[in-house]
Ligand binder design. Structure first.
Ligand SMILES: NC(=O)C1=CN([C@@H]2O[C@H](COP(=O)(O)OP(=O)(O)OC[C@H]3O[C@@H](n4cnc5c(N)ncnc54)[C@H](O)[C@@H]3O)[C@@H](O)[C@H]2O)[C@@H](O)CC1
Ligand SMILES: Nc1ncnc2c1ncn2[C@@H]1O[C@H](COP(=O)(O)OP(=O)(O)OP(=O)(O)O)[C@@H](O)[C@H]1O
Ligand SMILES: [Mg+2]
Length: 368
């Protein structure tokens, strides 16, 4: 705060010195612009600070105790819908992160080609080779194969606490049609859905899939957010008043929760806006968003259990379990990224961050 004030005083005196001298008008204009943008940045920082949430309190409140009476599945059964010929890493990162945070079971529903690869990464994951891409399906078989895909997923759907749709899904039109149908079924069964990566491509072009569904979370990165804002608000991203724009966006999509990823993660359900700025990592290796989607899936399942058990007696000011899950998922990922970076510096990769998820949570909410 004091730094900000000193900076402003310096800036003001620099501005008046220069404006009083005979510098060309263009330079005066530039100086006004710089001053303006610093004022804005200062205001933005203040606004973000006021939205910053106490993520540790949230994490401690919603993380369940390791109670010996609980059985397998009660700490979370998560399914990732993703993984195709090109991308096998993303669904693996999301699914293994869910387990490393503390879910009991983690499934992946992917294409037939991707399944043996994903299975080979880890025996911990339950991998279903059920999705099909157009190149593998003749036009005349599309309808019967789509029904088969849906039937395969339906057998499992009711058991899941949360779906993560999109990491490494690809953009094949036939595959995306099948996934749209899976989302409609999940929605009918009131299963929360975290939508990331290519799932956001699907949803941005078919907003009705999530519109009005309060159990949906969208986790866009900078690009995905831009496309969403253009589509829904018919405008460009407004960095000056990012929280207000995010609020409008979430409201416009009927109260879904949006976690907009960046230097600070901003979260809104159309009602409130929260910010998580826990120190993360300067490394921007691909795959960190995938970790986030798996983490959010687990924490929002835990938050739902917490809110249900607390029966409105929870001491948390925010009562939306979906928002709570986003806050916790974001803070744990960022802390894990920071731990990994302190060890591996420039060579930090996504696997290193996943290895730090356990410690990241343990430091805040010890297992015993
Ligand atoms: N190992 C893997 O299998 C991975 C697969 N991934 C999957 O890849 C697919 C496409 O995701 P992308 O994230 O590439 O799609 P995007 O549309 O976000 O990114 C497309 C391009 O934009 C650039 N870009 C990304 N973030 C940016 C930023 N903050 N500012 C400026 N430019 C930026 C990227 O370099 C990329 O070339 C998804 O299915 C995703 O899940 C990613 O999750 C990364 C890891
Ligand atoms: N500039 C940044 N500074 C600090 N942390 C950041 C920054 N950008 C993103 N992050 C963190 O990294 C996480 C992943 O965000 P990112 O924008 O890399 O997602 P993504 O592009 O979807 O990743 P992926 O490669 O998995 O698809 C975010 O939750 C955020 O906490
Ligand atoms: Mg991503």
């Amino acid at each position: 705060m004091r730094d900000g004030m000193n900076y402003r005083i310096l800036l003001d005196s620099a501005k008046s010195c220069i404006l009083a001298s005979s510098v060309p008008r263009r330079q005066q204009f530039l100086i006004r612009c710089v001053g303006g943008s610093i004022d804005h940045r200062h205001r933005d920082m203040q606004a973000l600070r006021s939205l910053e949430v106490d993520s540790q309190t949230v994490i401690r409140a919603i993380t369940p105790a390791l109670d010996p009476t609980r059985h397998k599945g009660q700490a979370g059964n998560i399914a990732v819908i993703g993984g195709c010929r090109e991308y096998t890493g993303a669904p693996y990162f999301a699914a293994i992160s869910a387990l490393k945070i503390g879910a009991d079971l983690s499934h992946v529903f992917c294409t037939k080609d991707a399944a043996p690869v994903i299975k080979s990464y880890s025996p911990e994951l339950i991998v279903h080779p059920v999705l099909e891409e157009s190149y593998n399906v003749g036009e005349e078989h599309k309808s019967s194969i789509a029904s088969k895909v849906l039937a395969e997923v339906d057998k499992w759907l009711e058991r899941f606490d949360c779906l993560v749709v999109g990491p490494g899904l690809g953009r094949d039109p036939f595959l995306l049609d099948c996934v749209s149908e899976i989302m409609r079924h999940a929605r009918r069964s009131n299963i929360p859905i975290v939508i990331d990566g290519d799932g956001l491509f699907l949803v941005t072009n078919n907003l009705e899939l999530v519109s009005g569904y309060a159990l949906a979370v969208l986790t866009p990165n900078v690009n995905e957010y831009k496309r969403l804002v253009q589509k829904v608000l018919s405008s460009e991203v407004n960095d000056i008043d990012a929280p207000q724009q995010l609020l409008s966006l979430a409201k416009q999509i009927g109260g879904v929760t949006i976690l907009s990823k960046g230097n600070s993660d901003l979260i809104s359900d159309g009602d409130t806006v929260k910010s998580v700025s826990v120190y993360g990592s300067p490394r921007r290796c691909g795959g960190q968003g995938d970790i986030l989607s798996g983490s959010v899936a687990v924490f929002l399942s835990w938050a739902r259990q917490h809110i249900l058990a607390a029966d409105s007696n929870s001491n948390l000011s925010c009562k939306n379990p979906i928002v709570l899950g986003c806050i916790a998922g974001s803070a744990i990922l960022r802390k894990a990224a920071s731990l990994a970076f302190s060890n591996k510096k420039r060579s930090t990769v996504t696997g290193d961050i996943i290895e730090c998820l356990g410690r990241s949570l343990e430091d805040i909410s010890p297992a015993c």
